[in-house]
Design a protein around this ligand. Structure first.
Ligand code: NDP
Length: 446
């Protein structure tokens, strides 16, 4: 490791003990940024890197609620307001038992760069709870969401901080959260994104992250004169991002052969077509069942407690969670001929796995660039809310597509090496940093 990165990371680790995912995210970014900052000393003098790695505000609160048996349950709620140099804090809420301060700080940190890359005026934030919606009734989820918002509402607002969904927070949860905010504030506003279409949501928002990651893959492939047509694609996850990535890849001529959840994955060599995807959507979004049931329904193989990275593919799209591809799995992907990795999830590849992809010189699109379509479309939802005017499906999709192309162009601008290889990690980190850093300098020591 570069000794300057080592020194910086020693400080980060001492200040934020035990927050491993946060250390990982900061290290990955500082490996790109420290050499850049050395060449641009104004950022060094203004201590931008040190400031950007410290949340502007961290809110931690108790979330008590009553389960269906009338028993009191207690969860922990969080909101990390990381950086508002270029706009109100913006970023999702995650409900998952693994949620802790370190995970949310990593996500909020990544969000700052991602939001800047979209070119829209959005700062970075993230929040959530260690609440597990799995196995809970709709009424329990509603009571939890109401209790969560009863504290969160005083910290957020359409001009201050605008949360959205993430793992475990979909349309149902956003509805309950919005209802409680509206009741507490007596105000109908764009305080959350990912809202239902009848009450202020944007068309294409549910599709945006998966579609956007696919558009980004398309752009990366085009740099090598290639396309998605005829490509075999391994996708992990079967939630929001995975579902719409599967839809768009199929529409553009690729064949998605895997789908997974936290219990295992299915392998369908014929491809998950529209009809089979409709089954997954019903299974996951309505019945909240397990992906194993797909194998039973369509007579394909199911691999319990395994991840799909051993399946031969041209393109991998990790769309489930952080650190879901390790170095060994990355080597297997490369050995099996994978030419492109587009990350729908946040930080799904470990630092060592990223090294494998970069050394193999395949097309590697890190999450903060490849999955920025979700938050970009949230930004478009905010615009429509402010104008009180909804755009058509085609209009939003076209804007999303253009934004993904622009993000790709920014990555090429900052990440193209002398030999022509595009290092999308450097491209996204530096491209996302510059605008925020310049705004921070302009706004003084705040
Ligand atoms: P969902 O909750 O809709 O789906 C998550 C999927 O990933 C589920 O299939 C889930 O399986 C699986 N999963 C979750 N945790 C684990 C785990 N620890 N191990 C294995 N599988 C796991 O979430 P999203 O689709 O919204 O989010 C997926 C990823 O995309 C996350 O990294 C998120 O941060 C990122 N992302 C999402 C955006 C959005 O707009 N929704 C925007 C940008 C990034 P199971 O059901 O068994 O838990």
């Amino acid at each position: 490791m570069d000794p300057r990165v080592q020194q910086f990371m020693a400080m980060i680790k001492a200040k934020n003990p035990g927050e491993n995912e946060f250390h990982q995210a900061v290290q990955e970014v500082s490996e790109s940024l420290i050499p850049f900052i050395e060449e641009n000393p104004k950022y060094k003098h203004a201590k931008i890197l040190e400031r950007i790695a410290e949340p502007e505000r961290t809110i931690i609160f108790r979330v008590p609620w009553l389960d269906d048996k009338g028993e009191i349950q207690i969860n922990r709620g969080f909101r990390i307001e990381m950086n508002c140099a270029i706009g109100p804090y913006k970023g999702g809420l995650r409900f998952h038992p693994s949620v802790n301060l370190g995970i949310l700080k990593f996500l909020a940190f990544e969000q700052v760069f991602k939001n800047s890359l979209t070119t829209l005026p959005m700062g970075g934030g993230k929040g959530g709870s260690d609440f597990d919606p799995k196995g809970k009734s709709d009424n329990e989820v509603m009571r939890f969401c109401q209790s969560f918002m009863t504290e969160l509402f005083r910290h957020i607002g359409p001009e201050t901080d605008v949360p959205a969904g993430d793992i475990g927070v979909g349309g149902r949860e956003i509805g309950y959260l919005f209802g409680q905010y509206k009741r507490l504030k007596n105000e109908f506003s764009g305080v959350l994104t990912g809202k239902g279409i009848e009450w202020g949501g944007s068309l294409i928002r549910p599709e945006a992250t998966g579609y956007g990651a696919t558009y980004f893959a398309q752009e990366m492939l085009a740099t090598r004169g290639d396309s998605l047509k005829g490509k075999i694609v391994c996708i992990s996850g079967s939630g929001n991002v995975a579902q719409y990535a599967t839809e768009k890849v199929t529409e553009l001529g690729g064949r998605v052969v895997t789908s997974s959840d936290s219990n295992g994955f299915i392998y369908d060599p014929k491809g998950i077509d529209a009809e089979k995807l409709a089954f997954i959507m019903e299974l996951k979004n309505v019945h909240r069942g397990r992906i194993r049931e797909y194998a039973e329904k369509f007579g394909v193989q199911y691999f319990e407690n395994k991840r799909p990275w051993g399946i031969i593919c041209d393109i991998a799209m990790p769309n489930a969670t952080q650190n879901e591809i390790n170095a060994e799995e990355a080597k297997t992907l490369v050995k099996n001929g994978c030419i492109c990795v587009a990350e729908g999830a946040n930080m799904p590849s470990t630092i060592e796995a990223v090294e494998v992809f970069l050394n193999a010189r395949i097309l590697y699109g890190p999450g903060k660039a490849a999955n920025a379509g979700g938050v970009a479309t949230s930004g478009l939802e905010m615009t429509q809310n402010s104008m009180r005017l909804p755009w058509s499906r085609e209009e939003v999709d076209e804007r999303l597509h253009t934004i993904m192309k622009n993000i790709h162009t920014t990555c090429v601008l900052y990440g193209k090496q002398k030999d022509g290889f595009i290092n999308y990690v450097d491209g996204a980190n530096i491209g996302g940093f510059v605008k925020v850093a310049n705004a921070m300098i302009a706004q003084g020591v705040v």
